[in-house]
Ligand binder design. Structure first.
Ligand SMILES: *Cc1c(COP(=O)(O)O)cnc(C)c1O
Length: 435
C-alpha cells in the first residue's frame, strides 16, 4: 500500500495520518471514519497554485467541490486562494454558508432550476456556466426580473473522447453536457448571448472527463478550443476572454494508475496555449482549470472495524467491515480499486487475498474485490486508501446506514468537520402519520 502525504507507520506498526494514530482516532470517533490529511489537501492546493501559472498568461485554479464539500473544506479552499465550482443549489448554499467569496464561485450544472438561478444571480456569483439554450432563456428571464446582470461562460462539447470510464467521460458527441462546437447555429447562439443586455459573455468552458492520465487529451482540448475561439471571433465577431478547461487530472488509486507529472504538464500546456494563440493572432484568453479529485483523493482514508471473517464454500475469503457501498460507492459504480491495509498491523506479512465487503444487502456491496492483507482478526482496523474524493460526497443512507463522521487530522490534532449521523437524523424528515 502506498503512503501519501503525512501517512506514517509508527514503531508499533500502526498507521498514523497527520500525526494522529488511527487506532486512537477509531477509539475516539468510532468507525467507519473518514480521515482527511489536512496538510496533504493544502499541499495539493499549493501545488496547483504554484505550477498552474505562467508569465505570459493569466490563470486561475478552481476547486471542483463535488469531489468533497463541507463548510470546513470551503474555508480551506478559500484560505489556499482557490476559487470554487458548485453544481447545485445545495453546493452553492454550502459555499454561501461558509461565506466563500461570491465572486470566486463558478456555478455549473446541466439543468439549473429557476430557483437555483435566482439564488446565483441574487448572490452575485462570479460566473454562471451556461449549459444550453433553454438555460440561457431562463437566465435571461431571471436577470431581467431581478434587474441584475450575470457573467457567464458557455459550456461546449468539442467531441473529444478521453480514455476513461464511460460514466466519467463527458465530451463524446452523445454526452449530455454543453452545446456542440459543431452545431450549425453555435455561432449565432454565442452572438445572441453576447448581445443579451443583462448577460455578459465572458468565455467558454469544457470538461472532457475525470481520472484522465494522458496529456494528449488535454492538449487536444486546448488546441481545439483555441481554433474555436478564433472561429467565434471571425464568424460572430465576439471576443472570448476566458477559457476554462475543466478538471479530470487522474490520481493514483492502485499500481495501474500513472498520474501526470503536473508541474511539467502545466508548463507544456500553458506554453502551447500561448504559442498557438500568437500563431492565430489571438489575444490569449485567461486560462482556468477545475481540479476536484486530484486535490482531495489521496488525502482521504476510511477506517473500518472488522466485524466478521468468512470463507465461502468455493474458497473465497471475505472480510466484513462496518461500512459499505453507502460510504464508498466507487468500486460498485465504476469497478474502481482502492489499496487497503490493516491500520493496526502495518508491518505484518500480507499472505492471502481478501475481498472486503460491508453491511448492505447487495452482492455488489464491494469495497475491494481482492487485496493482499495479513490474516485478519475480528476487531482489526481496515484502512481503505484514497477515499478523499467522490466518497463522502456520494454517500447515501442505503439500508438506513448513518453517514460516517469526517475528521481533519493535522500535526497530531484531530478535529471533527462533519459529525457522524445519528438514527434520529435518519427519521428527521419522516412524517408520523400514526401515533
Ligand atoms: C467533475 C467536474 C470537475 C472535476 O473533475 P475531477 O476529475 O474531479 O478533477 C471539473 N469540472 C466540471 C465541470 C466537472 O463536472
Amino acid at each position: 500500500m502506498k503512503l501519501f502525504g503525512t501517512m506514517e507507520i509508527n514503531n508499533k506498526g500502526q498507521l498514523e495520518i497527520g500525526g494522529c494514530n488511527c487506532l486512537t482516532l477509531a477509539r475516539n470517533y468510532g468507525t467507519p471514519l473518514y480521515v482527511v490529511d489536512e496538510a496533504e489537501v493544502r499541499n495539493q492546493c499549493k501545488l496547483y497554485k504554484s505550477f498552474f501559472r505562467s508569465d505570459s498568461l493569466r490563470t486561475e485554479v478552481i476547486y471542483a467541490s463535488k469531489a468533497f464539500l463541507n463548510i470546513a473544506m470551503c474555508k480551506l479552499v478559500e484560505e489556499e486562494g482557490l476559487s470554487l465550482d458548485v453544481v447545485s443549489g445545495g453546493e452553492l448554499y454550502t459555499a454561501l454558508k461558509a461565506k466563500f467569496p461570491k465572486n470566486r464561485i463558478y456555478f455549473h450544472g446541466n439543468n439549473k432550476s429557476e430557483a437555483e438561478l435566482v439564488i446565483a444571480v441574487k448572490s452575485g456569483v462570479g460566473r454562471i456556466v451556461l449549459d444550453n439554450k433553454s438555460e440561457f432563456r431562463l437566465l435571461q428571464q431571471v436577470t431581467k426580473r431581478l434587474g441584475k446582470k450575470a457573467n457567464v461562460l458557455l459550456r461546449v462539447n468539442p467531441g473529444i473522447v478521453a480514455h476513461t470510464h464511460e460514466y466519467i467521460s463527458t465530451t463524446r458527441h452523445s454526452s449530455k453536457f454543453g452545446e456542440s462546437i459543431f452545431a450549425e447555429d453555435i455561432y449565432s447562439f454565442i452572438k445572441e448571448i453576447y448581445e443579451s443586455p443583462d448577460i455578459c459573455f465572458k468565455g467558454l468552458h469544457s470538461h472532457i472527463g475525470s481520472q484522465i492520465f494522458e496529456e494528449g487529451s488535454f492538449l487536444e482540448l486546448a488546441s481545439v478550443m483555441l481554433d474555436f475561439i478564433q472561429a467565434i471571433r471571425r464568424k460572430a465577431l465576439v471576443k472570448t476572454l476566458e477559457l476554462n478547461l475543466g478538471g479530470g487530472f487522474g490520481v493514483y488509486y492502485s499500481d495501474t494508475d500513472t498520474p501526470l507529472d503536473l508541474p511539467n504538464f502545466f508548463e507544456r500546456l500553458l506554453d502551447e496555449i500561448y504559442v498557438k494563440s500568437k500563431s492565430l493572432s489571438l489575444e490569449p484568453p485567461k486560462i482556468l482549470i477545475e481540479p476536484g479529485r486530484s486535490i482531495v483523493a489521496n488525502a482521504g482514508t476510511t477506517l473500518y472495524t472488522v466485524g466478521g471473517i468468512k470463507k465461502t464454500y468455493d474458497g473465497k475469503q471475505f472480510i466484513f467491515v462496518d461500512g459499505s457501498m453507502a460510504d464508498n460507492i466507487r468500486p460498485a459504480l465504476y469497478d474502481s480499486k482502492h489499496e487497503l491495509s490493516l491500520a493496526n498491523r502495518m508491518n505484518d506479512k500480507c499472505k492471502e487475498e481478501f475481498a472486503v465487503t460491508g453491511k448492505c444487502c447487495e452482492s455488489g456491496d464491494i469495497l475491494s474485490k481482492g487485496f493482499k492483507l495479513p490474516t485478519p482478526n475480528i476487531g482489526d482496523l481496515v484502512a481503505v486508501s484514497s477515499t478523499g474524493a467522490y466518497n463522502y460526497s456520494m454517500a447515501s443512507n442505503y439500508n438506513r446506514l448513518t453517514k460516517p463522521a469526517v475528521i481533519f487530522a493535522k500535526e497530531g490534532e484531530a478535529k471533527v468537520v462533519v459529525k457522524r449521523e445519528t438514527y434520529e437524523d435518519l427519521v428527521k424528515n419522516d412524517v408520523h402519520l400514526v401515533d
